[in-house]
Design a protein around this ligand. Structure first.
Ligand code: UP5
Ligand code: MG
Length: 197
C-alpha cells in the first residue's frame, strides 16, 4: 500500500520580509506543524565542525550567495525523514532558485506534496531597514549593507522567478508583509485554515 504524502508549505519572500517571524508565530498556534528553515539548517551545518561542507556553506552564506542545491535538499530531506509521524511541514526560505526546485523534485516529490507557497511581499527599503536594525544584534555574518545588496540581487534574479512559477501553477498565496506582524499573522493563519492545517 502507498504511504500518504506529506504536506508541505514553502515560505518565500526577500531578506527581512518576515519569513522566520511569521513561521514562529504560526507554529506557536499549531503544534502539529513541523517547521524547518533552510537557512537555519545551513547555519547549523556550517557550525558543525565535523562537516566537510561547513567551510563551503560558510563562505557562500557570508557572500550572500546560494549554497548548492544538493546540500540544502539533503539537509531538508534528513530533517523531514526524522519526523516519521509528521504530516504537515512548513519550510522557510526554500526553494531559492531553479536548481533547488529541480533537486527537490528529484529527491522529495515522491513523498511530499506541495500545498502552496506563501509569499511575503515587502518593499525593499522596508526589508533593508529591518535587516540593518537586526544586524546590530543578530550576529549573522550576512547582516550588513554590502552582503545585503548581494542577497537582494540574488533574490530578484533567482527567487522572484520561482515565486512567479508558483503563481503560474496557482500555488501562490501572497500576503502584504509591510504591516505590523500581528496583522500579517492573522492573514497568514487564515490561509492555513483554508487547507485545514
Ligand atoms: N520583522 C519581521 N516582521 C516584521 C513586521 N511585520 N514589522 C516590523 N518588523 C518585522 O525578520 C527580519 C527582521 O524584521 C527581524 O528583526 C524581525 O523582528 C523584523 P525575519 O522574520 O527574520 O525575516 P526573514 O524573512 O526570515 O529574514 P532573513 O534575513 O532570515 O531572510 P533571508 O532569506 O535572507 O535568510 P535565510 O536564512 O533564509 O537565508 C540566508 C542565506 O542562506 C542565504 O542568503 C543563502 O546564502 C543561504 N540559503 C541557501 O543558500 N539556500 C536556501 O535554500 C536557504 C538559504
Ligand atoms: Mg529568516
Amino acid at each position: 500500500t502507498k504511504k500518504a504524502l506529506k504536506e508541505v508549505v514553502f515560505v518565500l519572500g526577500g531578506p527581512g520580509s518576515g519569513k522566520g517571524t511569521q513561521c514562529e508565530l504560526l507554529i506557536a498556534q499549531n503544534p502539529n506543524i513541523k517547521f524547518f528553515s533552510a537557512g537555519d539548517l545551513l547555519r547549523a551545518e556550517r557550525a558543525n565542525k565535523s562537516s566537510k561542507q561547513g567551510a563551503l556553506i560558510n563562505d557562500l552564506i557570508s557572500k550572500g550567495e546560494f549554497v548548492p542545491a544538493s546540500i540544502t535538499v539533503n539537509l531538508l530531506k534528513n530533517a523531514i525523514d526524522s519526523c516519521p509521524e509528521g504530516s504537515k511541514y512548513l519550510i522557510d526560505g526554500f526553494p531559492r532558485n531553479l536548481d533547488n526546485v529541480r533537486v527537490w523534485d528529484e529527491m522529495l516529490s515522491s513523498s511530499c506534496s506541495v500545498k502552496f507557497c506563501l509569499f511575503l511581499d515587502c518593499p525593499e527599503n522596508v526589508m533593508m531597514e529591518r535587516i540593518i536594525e537586526r544586524g546590530k544584534t543578530s550576529g549573522r555574518t550576512d547582516d550588513n549593507r554590502e552582503v545585503l545588496k548581494k542577497r537582494f540581487k540574488n533574490y530578484v534574479k533567482d527567487t522572484v522567478p520561482i515565486v512567479r512559477k508558483f503563481g503560474e501553477q496557482e500555488k501562490l498565496k501572497k500576503v502584504e508583509a509591510d504591516r505590523p506582524m500581528e496583522v500579517v499573522q492573522r492573514e497568514v493563519q487564515g490561509l492555513f485554515k483554508e487547507i485545514e492545517w
